[in-house]
Design a protein around this ligand. Structure first.
Ligand SMILES: NC(=O)c1ccc[n+]([C@@H]2O[C@H](COP(=O)([O-])OP(=O)(O)OC[C@H]3O[C@@H](n4cnc5c(N)ncnc54)[C@H](OP(=O)(O)O)[C@@H]3O)[C@@H](O)[C@H]2O)c1
Length: 335
């Protein structure tokens, strides 16, 4: 079977190679992957920034959807033909996270899904919503579960204000889930055209952060007292500003590091305490979170947003992600 692997760091060095077909062992299912989606993590992983000590060669990507084609001894839950997606952390099935549960992340700790077939533990997959194509379902395991858990960090009442940053994978899922909760959603983006597209998905008001870098003032004006929840994907350069854009008693769901991991500007500690802010770190979520999110997606008939590329274009897709030209998810059909 064909796989993409990181043999050496660098997007241009990704290798398209043959590997033996995996066999499902006891308690495992064999999944024929039909589509995968990329996350910013996959770009950092390929560049060697996420984990410079990553054991190579490594098959990247956590997010894939496909069809069960065979099951190993002892598997009772799945049969050939079932439509499934892998879960991000293969060991975090439910409950609170522990050090042990957050090990086993696909495309990092263990080989990922950028392959024609993968063998996974039967608890390492979930059924995908019926109304979604494989391409749509492949967007869910990391970005959607992360956004779902970000929305759960604050006790949002209808009419509460949520701020999303940019129009990438996590942020557009956060927009869609926030709308389901009856929140008013504000968004910042580098592009007026993307803000227009986000408005079609339900964004209530948008601001171009290239034109107006002081977007915290705008958020406070738009919301009255500041946002109730900020879905923070920017990291270093945006966190201090997010704190200023937050209402008293508000929550920041800290997810991303798009602008780097360490704030160049000091975190304003007096603001942090005067606002009685809660900064809640998010690391994707459990299998149980994924299953519950899928129920909501099915009931709301929610559809992920993204663009689809051919199986041979892994390097091109990651290069597109690096330039930030995309809107929503970057997907690849495995054929
Ligand atoms: N903690 C977790 O569990 C977890 C899970 C998933 C992702 N993440 C992290 O979350 C971040 C987003 O991931 P993703 O996969 O959604 O990325 P993505 O799809 O590549 O989205 C990136 C988008 O963010 C926007 N952006 C970039 N710089 C910005 C800035 N300074 N201010 C505001 N927006 C900015 C841009 O949108 P515009 O072009 O519209 O400006 C860009 O297209 C990454 O750092 C990723 O590693 C963490």
């Amino acid at each position: 079977m064909k796989v993409w692997q990181i043999g050496a760091f660098g997007v241009e060095k990704l290798e398209f190679v043959d590997r033996p077909m995996p066999e499902p062992g006891p308690g495992q299912v064999l999944v024929k992957i039909h589509a995968i989606s990329f996350n910013f993590r996959d770009l950092m992983m390929a560049k060697g920034v996420y984990n410079p000590k990553l054991k190579l060669p490594r098959i990247p990507c956590s997010d894939g959807a496909g069809e069960v084609t065979a099951v190993g001894p002892g598997v009772t839950q799945w049969k050939p033909g079932h439509r499934v997606a892998g879960i991000f952390m293969q060991n975090w099935i439910d409950g609170e996270p522990t050090l042990q549960k957050i090990k086993g992340a696909l495309g990092g700790d263990v080989d990922g899904v950028l392959a024609e077939y993968v063998a996974l533990d039967e608890k390492g997959v979930v059924e995908i919503p019926e109304h979604l194509s494989y391409q749509e379902a492949a967007t869910l395991p990391c970005a959607a579960v992360t956004a779902w858990n970000a929305l759960a960090t604050a006790n949002l009442v209808p009419g509460a204000t949520v701020l999303i940053q940019g129009t990438g994978g996590v942020s557009l899922f956060a927009l869609q889930f926030a709308r389901l909760k009856g929140a008013r959603v504000l968004g910042i983006s580098s592009s007026d055209e993307k803000l227009q597209r986000a408005a079609e998905l339900g964004l209530d008001a948008g601001l171009n952060y290239k034109n107006v870098p002081e977007w915290d003032h705008w958020v406070v004006e738009e919301s009255g007292e500041g946002a109730d929840l900020i879905v923070e994907v920017g990291g270093a350069d945006t966190l201090p500003r997010s704190l200023r854009a937050l209402r008293v008693g508000g929550t920041i769901a800290q997810i991303g590091v798009l602008t780097g991991p360490t704030p160049a500007e000091m975190l304003p500690i007096p603001t942090l305490l005067h606002k009685m802010a809660r900064i809640h770190g998010i690391y994707v979520g459990s299998r149980q979170d994924f299953v519950e999110m899928n129920k909501a997606i099915s009931l709301a008939h929610l559809r992920p947003v993204g663009e689809d590329f051919p199986w041979t274009h892994a390097r091109e897709v990651l290069a597109r992600m690096e330039t930030g030209g995309h809107f929503g998810k970057l997907v690849m059909t495995v054929a």
